[in-house]
Design a protein around this ligand. Sequence first.
Ligand code: NOJ
Length: 527
Amino acid sequence: MNTKTDYPPWLNQAVFYQIYPQSFYDTNGDGIGDIPGIIQKLDYLQWLGINAVWVNPCFVSPFQDAGYDVADYYRIAPRYGTNRDLYRLCREAHKRGIKVCLDLVAGHTSIEHPWFKASCRSSRNKYSDRYIWASSAVWGANPPLPMIRGYAERDANYVANFFYFQPALNYGFARPAAEQPWQQPVDAPGPLESRKELNKIMNYWLSHGVDGFRVDMAFSLVKLDPGRKETIKLWREIIQELRTFYPGTIMIAEWGNPEESITAGFDLDFMFHVGVPGYADLLLNEKCFFRRHGGGNIMGFLESYLEQASKTQGKGLISIPSANHDIKRPSSDGRTASDLKVIFTFLLTWPGVPFIYYGDEIGMRYIPGMPSKEGGYTRTGARTPMQWDDGQNAGFSIAGKDRLYLPLDPRQNRPTVKKQAGDTGSLLHHVRKLIALRKNSPALQAVGALIPLQVKNNDRHFAYLRQSGSERFLIALNPSADPSQVRIKGIKTDKLAPQISHGARAYAEGDDIQIDMDGVSYGIFKL
Ligand code: NOJ
């Protein structure tokens, strides 16, 4: 099924891979991953079958929040290489059919950014209104926004977007309060300057071969904005203008509300741990669906997903990521490779655009209790070095152990790419086969129709059809430890060819389909 879409049609076939550059592959022996390292691993990514990468922030930064505190938007952080390395990454990736998306931190900078330093000065200058300042430092208003008091020489307090060292850029207020003159309207000179600069940054990287952006906290730009109406308007204008010069630009929102972000002109948004509910019921909660003994079902996730999908159909896409740098990996909480195979069968046969977080394809572990690094706190355990092989530092770096960005998973039998590449029954091969099947099957891609089957409140399994034209797949998943039986009524078929399956047997019985499922099993059948 190919509906008219508002997003680059290429996204229908997209499978993304998220790279946390610090931890991917270190080529200069300083213990931190780098861009030449990503280039060296492109052949691996091509072998895996992915066709796009999202690289976490890689710009100059004091790295108090892993690079989400940018100090220069136009320069690659020296620890990752040079701008030329980034341009080369784009060229090399394109040769292999892989697109490159950067992380654009649009809502705030670092306190180390020269704009902010100038903005802190008491004398009026070009950057005085680049951030949101409420005067006075001592007696100033305390609006319903996080204010950092007494930081600057200037007699004013600034609004922080996330951590205290991430001052919010000034894109204005949706309804500035008359008695608070520091709340500027969206079309005041300060906010307009911020927009102009944002445009410039995007144009700069697009002109050097980048394919698009994942926009950090894209929802956060205009302040006190009920229903995010002004933020939506702002993005619509920015994206529209950008597309006149770079029509194929991929715009991915970190918004967590596809209905809003896609209206704002983004192609794609995540359903994950923030924003609309559902993801936690799928992968994170104690009683989530993908947990052997949790007892959870698919209902909570499915209702929320179907609502968002119906509101965005034909206009944009939804991504259910395997994880990201802010949450636990799916391999946490005792899940084994067998459990992960069920999860990936779901992720790679689901509509929208799958995102694989680096290392999830081999079942890298979330390491609890890892000391915080670069503002990671509990997120740090999901950011450890990629495990390539059994060599020194798992093949990640030749640096001494104490110089590594983060310690490696200390387990003797930690998974590695090398081990799993040599074992066709591994999780890595499973993921690779699923990607290949998806690529060759329009029904399994972003916009193939989704028909959920037989969902009842106490069901621990879940079955659904994906369909495009005459191509039809039945997918059945049982993440629980107990066997289960699924009866699908009213689907007559003489063909139920297993594509990728384990412990699931499907057969036609008259007008019905019967599926017998072992505990922790999955099956993709072609009808
Ligand atoms: C969301 C990012 O994913 C997270 O890692 C970061 O700390 C915050 N935004 C602030 O930029």
